[in-house]
Ligand binder design. Structure first.
Ligand code: ASP
Length: 320
């Protein structure tokens, strides 16, 4: 039997809808990969969640574009898809990329072609609620007293820039799920519709290994939500794991990765909930951090009947 806590799942708070299914897989002796993916898929299918899968807020053109990645901490195998449209479960497609191709990331039309050839079925991902949110802010802002721009490009460009004003907590939120199975193998799944009203083709941190997702059985795993561009610039998920590799505790590694974000300028990241990281060490200890003092994360072990929401460590961005 592996050391430490085995049979454990940790995730962003919105992963709560997937905890039970993941834990049941682990209880039955299933793999960390199967558990992490099953939980992520539940969030993708949750229409009330406007940051992931079906129901996600669309890009500026009103199209829902999804990003997802999976990493196997036993082999460091990984697969990702980005800016994929019309396929409701990108996490399953990311897994196929990992298992069946020599690539690690496929985006846009290529990802859609790949999904089609592997028998995935298409669906309309734009729910009436998400469409309405786009129509009010982007498509017909004049009708709602909002268009101060002279042309469409300016409107789009400004909408992308003004994401902090356009979005509020409920309509944005990637999900992260890290699982450790009974054999001590760790896997990490991340899936998102990305920023609402993003530029078409924009990729965040979620499909980028090292930025939004990293897992290595020997040291642990980490995954991010929030302003993906910051996690890309700081390679935040890998940074947490690398710090643990160098001997730091889980909490210190999280603290370090969050503190690193304060050292580079980012004029778009003044929002209080700019960045969030969940992490697990090689022994199945878990914790999470956020730049918001209200953020939570979710944990369930195979011994627990229900998930538990826990507060994240509060590590604000320091800006002069
Ligand atoms: N990290 C995601 C991105 O930048 C957004 C989120 O966490 O909601 O696409």
């Amino acid at each position: 039997m592996a050391e430490g806590t085995v049979g454990i799942v940790v995730g962003a708070a919105n992963a709560r809808v997937g905890m039970q299914v993941a834990v049941e897989i682990l209880r039955a002796g299933g793999s960390a990969i199967d558990a992490a993916i099953a939980a992520a898929r539940e969030v993708e299918d949750n229409l009330a969640d406007h940051g992931v899968g079906t129901g996600g807020i669309p890009n500026i053109l009103g199209e829902v574009e999804l990003d997802a990645s999976i990493m196997d901490g036993k082999t460091l195998a990984t697969g990702a898809v980005g800016a994929i449209k019309n396929y409701p479960n990108p996490i399953d497609i990311a897994r196929k990329v990992m298992e069946l191709t020599p690539h690690v990331m496929i985006v846009g039309e290529g990802a859609e072609l790949f999904a089609k050839h592997h028998g995935f079925t298409t669906a309309n991902l734009l729910t009436p609620e998400a469409e309405e949110s786009w129509r009010v802010r982007i498509k017909e802002p004049e009708a709602h007293g909002g268009n101060m721009y002279e042309d469409q490009y300016q409107l789009y460009a400004q909408a992308v820039q003004d994401w902090t004003k356009l979005l509020h907590e409920e309509i944005f939120g990637t999900t992260n799920v890290i699982a450790r199975d009974l054999e001590g193998n760790i896997a990490c799944a991340v899936t998102t519709s990305g920023w609402g009203f993003k530029w078409p083709g924009r990729l965040g941190d979620s499909p980028i290994i090292g930025a939004g997702n990293y897992a290595d059985n020997r040291f642990g795993a980490a995954a991010c939500t929030g302003r993906g561009e910051m996690a890309i610039r700081a390679a935040s998920a890998h940074s947490v794991v690398a710090s643990m590799r160098c001997g730091m505790s889980l909490d210190d590694a999280l603290q370090q990765a969050m503190t690193d974000l304060s050292y580079f300028p980012d004029k778009f990241a003044e929002r209080e909930s700019a960045m969030n990281i969940v992490a697990m060490d090689a022994f199945g200890n878990v914790n999470a951090a956020s730049t918001s003092d209200k953020a939570e994360f979710v944990v369930q072990t195979v011994e627990m009947d229900e998930y538990e929401l826990r507060p994240r460590m509060f590590i604000p961005l320091k800006r002069d």
